[in-house]
Ligand binder design. Structure first.
Ligand code: 26M
Length: 819
């Protein structure tokens, strides 16, 4: 089996060239003498795909032979972005491909731009899944990702007259060269119907007769590791009509209806829910959750049974990671399969379930947690509702023995919430069954223990862990910032930091070195140039490269306070306008860049986008201000836009009201790219401060424990004058649309839940400190180098190693080859 250790395919540039031409001719079906950029991209992608497939096969066969414990990462969202550059870099053959292409008259970078994003997720949680897949592959863990193959990814944001409009993202339109459809890997997934108790030889059995069956088909997406031959798989499920179920309908003669019903099956995986806030109790969403969970569990059990007969060994071979509550029906599904189909008996099944699940929470507030109406669950998944009731009954009985008849506490901890609509608390279910529960930063994990899940922490302190988030330096430095990557390797004298990111601390000793600073500034300049070109192409605004590029890009949310940023920009504009002309040469010029999508139903967030455009319109057309201040909104922010924006940023803003951002991962990407942070002490920022020191970034605002008191005090009396003044400008119609913006102003001047008023002065001070630092290029550059040097802790490699060792109990399983 290992005779051809490094595979059939050769990677020298001549072989790659032939390979690309072969794909032009036979896969893309164009003449090898005449093809355009897109066709060249397709052929190139197929050539890379061949290499990925070979490595996946090798990896899977090797895992099968070694039979290690595997970890299965269950997530309803993965924001993978583009795959081409990332793949060839991880395969270690980017330069060879670039050579091959240039001989054919094409440029690698240009072809890479042809690829669309795979945007099967909303924001932080979804991009985190993608970063973690990269780390699991690179660190050689025997891991699988499981998710849904949405036909429509996150909506495309189109701005018309400054307003957000949503357009469907039919991303599979031109085919997807990275995936492989596995026509033989399909499972029936059941819905609706009835459960009947049967007596079989004196034993009670629950028989679920479904009302609908949909087939789940696997689509495999290879995830190559860097510096290893290991290539793991992200398996995404798509809905297909099930023949098994249709037979009856055809037999009854209702042919037309039967065909129409078949079509409905595909709806399950058709569209990603675009809200990253809360649960709305929609049936289709619940169907999506169960569909992907059921197919994944069937797949995992099939793999286990291929080689094992005794379920006692299951926990030694399987770890299941729940990415938030979205996949937590997996718990009820595992119980159903073990009890109803494998006949293990409840206690044994429960014992197994409790050993395999672990659970990551990404939410901060109780309102963000999923609660499924019992009526909905009972109609869609009648057997699962029974199982959840049984789990809860046993849990509450046990709890009574441990804590006595404290009914308040019992009802808080119960999986079932009584009330006008009875619901299932998915987080409680996940905590009860998981052996470990973790938050995504230190402060968030503490908050889980002291507030959100205090009762559970007191019952099971040993379950609670912290896994501070991280991002992959392969995507966020090597792929997106090749010039910085080369510079770092040059000064460290090695590329080893790409796998061993702690080595970045080696840059610290050169932070004051004039030569490094010079080269560092050059790299930033080049990246700013790329970004400036993009801005001009998107918005027509010309920006000065000497200005500070100040960026806030993330989903639009009230708690992330893009409004604070915009009010600060209005204040800056107002100051410049009121300044003596002779004083204006002291102003540090700024290009303020804001980008992000608002959930389609989130009215206030949409108004913030409109306000940004209205203010930009005014400022950018004011010749009196010129290059001293520009404001641009970057439309349709996604992974590939982030790859362009982040390397070009001088300053980035992370303004969440303290206590509201569980972690925040954008900040880590900016940090790696030598961008200085202006931030509140929230989520992972607290840990970033520990790594790089408080004097290496610009902190402001109320701290987490000050927030409740400030809220109690109310806002009116502490509204600073400058803030009142900018709000007045908005109210007076300085930027037009005064009626439309009224409700935004009311929120700040009303109860000001997100504390814009009370943080405003401190925010302006931090901004002034940033201006001052930027005016001293040496100092700024040194801080920039120290930011990158201190970013190693925020690599997803660290996070994943921690999960593997402390949560999953899995070990690396590396295919024996040179890479
Ligand atoms: C739930 C139900 C129905 C439809 C959508 C959802 C839903 C989807 C995504 C709810 C929340 C979702 O994401 C939340 C999220 O992205 N949380 C962020 O997770 C990051 C990674 O841990 C953290 O860094 C951020 O602080 C946190 O806000």
């Amino acid at each position: 089996m290992f005779a051809l250790m490094d595979g059939f395919l050769k990677n020298d540039s001549i072989s790659l060239q032939k390979d690309i031409l072969r794909h032009v001719e036979y896969t893309v079906a164009r003449s090898r003498f005449s093809f355009d950029d897109f066709e060249a991209y397709q052929a190139l992608a197929h050539s890379v795909r061949d290499r990925l497939i070979e490595r996946s096969h090798d990896t899977q066969l090797y895992f099968k032979r070694k039979d290690p414990k595997r970890v299965y990462f269950l997530s309803l969202e993965f924001l993978m972005g583009r795959s081409l550059s990332n793949s060839v870099i991880n395969l270690g053959i980017r330069d060879q491909y670039a050579d091959a292409l240039s001989q054919l008259g094409f440029e690698f970078e240009v072809l890479a731009e042809q690829e669309g994003d795979a945007a099967l997720g909303n924001g932080g949680l979804a991009r985190l899944s993608a970063c973690q897949m990269d780390s699991m592959a690179t660190l050689d863990y025997p891991a699988w990702g499981y998710g849904l193959r949405y036909e429509y990814g996150l909506f495309r944001q189109v701005i018309l007259d400054g307003f957000q409009h949503e357009q469907p993202d039919f991303w599979l339109n031109f085919g997807n060269p990275w995936e492989t459809e596995r026509v033989h890997v399909t499972y029936p997934v059941k819905f609706y119907g009835v459960v009947e108790e049967e007596n079989l030889n004196g034993e009670k059995r629950n028989i679920w007769t479904p009302g609908e069956v949909v087939e789940a088909v696997a689509y495999d997406n290879p995830i190559p590791g860097y510096g290893t031959r290991n290539t793991i798989t992200l398996r995404l499920w798509a809905g297909k009509p099930s023949d098994q179920h249709d037979m009856e309908a055809y037999n009854t003669g209702d042919y037309i209806n039967a065909v129409v019903t078949r079509q409905k099956a595909e709806n399950i995986s058709s569209v990603l829910y675009p809200d990253d806030r809360s649960f709305q109790g929609k049936e289709l969403r619940l169907k999506q959750q169960y569909f992907f969970v059921s197919a994944s569990i069937q797949d995992i059990i099939r793999r286990f049974k291929d080689g094992h007969t005794n379920f006692d060994e299951f926990p030694e071979k399987v770890a299941l990671q729940l990415n938030d509550t979205h996949p937590s029906l997996a718990i009820a599904e595992v119980m159903r399969v073990l009890v109803d189909e494998e006949n293990l008996g409840w206690n044994k099944a429960w014992d197994i379930a409790c050993k395999i699940f672990s659970f990551t929470i990404h939410a901060v507030i109780a309102e963000g947690l999923e609660k499924i109406p019992v009526d909905l669950l009972g109609s869609l998944l009648p057997r699962h509702l029974q199982i959840i009731y049984d789990i809860n009954f046993k849990f509450v009985e046990e709890l009574k023995k441990r804590i006595g008849l404290d009914y308040n506490r019992l009802s808080r901890m119960s999986i079932v919430e009584e009330g006008s609509t009875k619901t299932i608390r998915m987080a409680n279910l996940a905590i009860v069954c998981s052996h470990t529960v973790n938050g995504v930063s230190n402060v968030h994990s503490e908050l889980l223990k002291t507030k959100l899940f205090k009762d559970f922490y007191e019952l099971w302190p040993e379950k609670f862990q912290c896994k501070t988030n991280g991002v992959t330096q392969r995507r966020w430095i090597v792929v997106s910032n090749p010039s910085l990557c080369a510079l770092i390797s040059k000064w460290l004298g090695t590329e080893a930091w790409i796998r061993d990111v702690d080595l970045l601390t080696g840059l610290r000793e050169y932070a004051a070195d004039a030569d490094l600073q010079q080269e560092w500034m050059m790299v930033k300049k080049v990246n700013k140039m790329r970004l400036a070109e993009y801005i001009e192409a998107m918005s027509g605004v010309k920006v000065s490269l000497d200005a500070m590029f100040d960026v806030q890009t993330k989903r639009i949310h009230e708690y992330k306070r893009q409004l604070l940023n915009i009010l600060g920009i209005i204040h800056r504009y107002d100051c410049i306008k009121n300044m003596e002309k002779s004083q204006r040469n002291k102003v540090v010029p700024r290009v303020c860049i804001i980008g992000g999508k608002a959930a389609p139903g989130y009215e206030i967030a949409k108004k913030i986008i409109k306000l940004c455009h209205a203010v930009a319109e005014k400022i950018n057309n004011d010749d009196d201000v010129g290059d001293l201040l520009k404001l641009v909104f970057i439309p349709d922010y996604n992974v590939s836009v982030a790859e362009l924006v982040i390397p070009g940023a001088d300053l980035s803003q992370h303004l969440s009201t303290a206590g509201h951002e569980a972690s925040g991962t954008g900040s880590m990407k900016f940090l790696m790219n030598g961008c200085l942070l202006l931030a509140t002490e929230d989520g992972s920022t607290v840990e970033i401060v520990e790594e790089i020191g408080a004097d290496n970034l610009f902190l402001f605002g109320a701290k987490i424990d000050e927030v409740p008191k400030l809220r109690e005090e109310g806002s009116a009396h502490k509204m600073p004058l400058q803030c009142a003044r900018v709000l007045r400008m908005v109210r007076d119609g300085h930027f037009g649309f005064k009626d439309y913006f009224e409700s935004l102003c009311d929120k700040v001047e009303g109860n000001d839940f997100y504390l814009l008023g009370s943080d405003f002065e401190s925010y302006l001070e931090a901004q002034a400190a940033a201006d001052k630092a930027f005016a001293d290029p040496q100092k700024w550059t040194q801080m920039s180098i120290l930011s990158t040097a201190g970013s190693g802790r925020f690599s997803s490699d660290r996070t994943i190693r921690d999960y593997a060792e402390k949560t999953w109990g899995v070990e690396p399983c590396r295919f024996p080859s040179d890479g």
